[in-house]
Design a protein around this ligand. Structure first.
Ligand SMILES: Nc1ncnc2c1ncn2[C@@H]1O[C@H](COP(=O)(O)OP(=O)(O)OP(=O)(O)O)[C@@H](O)[C@H]1O
Ligand SMILES: [Mg+2]
Length: 238
């Protein structure tokens, strides 16, 4: 295993209050290698999305430690966490989360502009071209298909060149063929940019394409099972 880019130690989190209080993450220890693709699977309500939010610096632990790309997130202020996210993490959601009254180009460029990155529109255009949307730059989300909207979201996530790309059921709202195209895009970008890709999925075929699978059950991580070799994945997809 190469350099560790994500490390959790004794990570514990309870969400909600009073009657709605849930112990979501229970003493989780986890190491993820830089450049690896990891599929997180497990039953509904087991804590997968919460775990992703913790990795992204969007949710804080109650106890324990989390290091991502050399940053100790448990010790950062809110401002420092926001800065960390902007530079290190790209996030893709099941429901795309695009801004409806902005064009595809603006959806990708505006966050870059807010982060004071130079030439935001040139970068946004190049990222959209790289996901095959060079002809859709001025379309609004409502004028794009689901697969196209997800490609805009991927371009937006990739634009700041994050070390870690996080995706919560990125193919969950797409038909099978479109979902496979989106998965192809995610894995090809992961390889091309040597990113770490951590995705949550209910689709066993998508999970099987990841180099490592992590199973969450009731807020705990089950021990790794040896994964199939990539050759077997190829054979299974053929
Ligand atoms: N803000 C909150 N307050 C109270 N409970 C919460 C809160 N957020 C999540 N939970 C609970 O924590 C548990 C884990 O939620 P999470 O969204 O991480 O599950 P999941 O594994 O992603 O499920 P799914 O596969 O359905 O998306 C659930 O039982 C949920 O009800
Ligand atoms: Mg979820």
């Amino acid at each position: 295993m190469g350099k560790t880019i994500i490390q959790l130690r004794n990570a514990d989190l309870t969400l909600g209050s009073a009657a709605a209080c849930v112990h979501v993450l229970k003493e989780i220890d986890l190491d993820i290698a830089a450049g690896q693709s990891v599929g997180i699977v497990g039953p509904s309500g087991s804590g997968k999305s919460t775990l992703l939010m913790v990795l992204a610096g969007l949710e804080r632990l109650d106890r324990g430690e989390i290091h991502v790309n050399g940053h100790a997130l448990h010790g950062l202020s809110e401002d420092a966490l926001a800065d960390f996210r902007g530079r290190n993490i790209g996030i893709v959601f099941q429901s795309f989360h695009l801004i409806a009254n902005m064009t595809a180009l603006e959806n990708v460029a505006v966050p870059l502009e807010l982060a004071n990155i130079r030439d935001p529109f040139a970068i946004a255009r190049a990222e959209l071209e790289a996901v095959g949307l060079g002809e859709r730059l001025h379309h609004y989300p409502g004028q794009l298909s689901g697969g196209e909207q997800q490609r805009v979201a991927i371009a937006r996530a990739l634009a700041p060149s994050p070390a870690v790309l996080i995706a919560d059921e990125p193919t969950g709202n797409l038909d099978g063929a479109t979902g496979r195209q989106i998965a192809d895009l995610l894995f090809s970008k992961q390889k091309e940019r040597q990113m770490t890709l951590v995705l949550v999925t209910h689709d066993p075929a998508l999970a099987a394409r990841c180099e490592r699978q992590i199973r969450v059950r009731s807020g705990r991580i089950e021990p790794d099972k040896p994964s199939l070799s990539p050759d077997i994945h190829e054979a299974a997809r053929a």
